[in-house]
Design a protein around this ligand. Structure first.
Ligand code: ADP
Ligand code: MG
Length: 231
């Protein structure tokens, strides 16, 4: 049983419990279930069981779980399930902020894998990469952007990254990003996105710096702590 242990601004009555042991228990599209099968994902990991239903309901969620426990799919699945198709919206709908270029590539690949069966445009906007190519990709229309804070901020300043259609922002490895010193860039990105957006924050640890960021930029987030659970 997974328990939503805590809300940051707690009303205890909101504590929910849920039992999800199979992807079939989640209300996923048939194309997503197929993509999961093709990826060899047989059952959800604990962070996926907890985070996916809450994210699908539009909640802000803080997910705390160790490395290698499937956090990418935990936020990737609900985003992909709720995307407007490219022919309806050519501006980014979700921005996933990650600490490093390597992680941006990795998260981008995983999202593309999970989007199998539905044409989906994912742009990886990492620092140290050719910006002209990134500008062309953005110009052509994208649905999901994965990037490092510095480069995303750069694109915001150039107005090449539009945020008016963004309904979800993910802060992946938030503790690491703050350790690196990306707080100013992260805050500027968050401030440029609609206040009505959904914010999902993933972190291996929740030090006061991360909690403070969450308090400032998230809306009554649920805190899902899966740190005592392995896959
Ligand atoms: P984290 O972000 O928590 O460090 P990742 O999202 O990078 O973890 O996932 C680690 C690995 O586990 C990836 O190779 C991913 O494809 C795989 N994975 C994720 N969820 C599942 C699942 N439900 N079943 C099997 N493998 C999974
Ligand atoms: Mg990760």
């Amino acid at each position: 049983m997974i328990r939503y242990t805590e809300r940051m601004k707690t009303d205890v009555d909101d504590t929910k419990t849920t039992e999800i042991t199979s992807f079939d228990d989640l209300d996923l599209s048939s194309v997503m279930r197929r993509a999961l099968r093709d990826a060899g994902f047989e059952e959800p990991t604990p962070i996926q069981s907890s985070l996916i239903p809450a994210a699908l309901e539009g909640e802000d969620v803080i997910g705390q779980a160790r490395t290698g426990t499937g956090k990418t799919a935990a936020f990737g699945i609900p985003i992909l399930e709720q995307l407007d198709p490219l022919e309806e919206c050519r501006d980014p709908q979700a921005i996933i902020i990650v600490p490093t270029r390597e992680l941006a590539d990795q998260v981008g690949r995983e999202i593309v894998m999970l989007s199998k069966g539905v044409p989906t445009e994912v742009a990886v906007l990492a620092g140290g990469k050719d910006i002209k190519r990134q500008l062309r990709v953005l110009e052509n229309g994208v649905q999901i952007v994965v990037g490092t804070p510095g480069r995303l901020h750069d694109h915001l300043q150039r107005r090449s990254l539009r945020t008016d259609k963004v309904w979800c922002v993910v802060l992946d490895e938030a503790d690491r990003m703050l350790d690196i010193g990306f707080r100013p860039q992260i805050e500027r990105i968050l401030r440029r996105c609609s206040k009505d957006r959904q914010t999902l924050l993933l972190s291996a640890t929740l030090p006061p710096t991360v909690r403070k960021l969450a308090e400032s930029y998230m809306h009554h987030p649920l805190v899902v702590d899966c740190c005592d659970k392995d896959i």
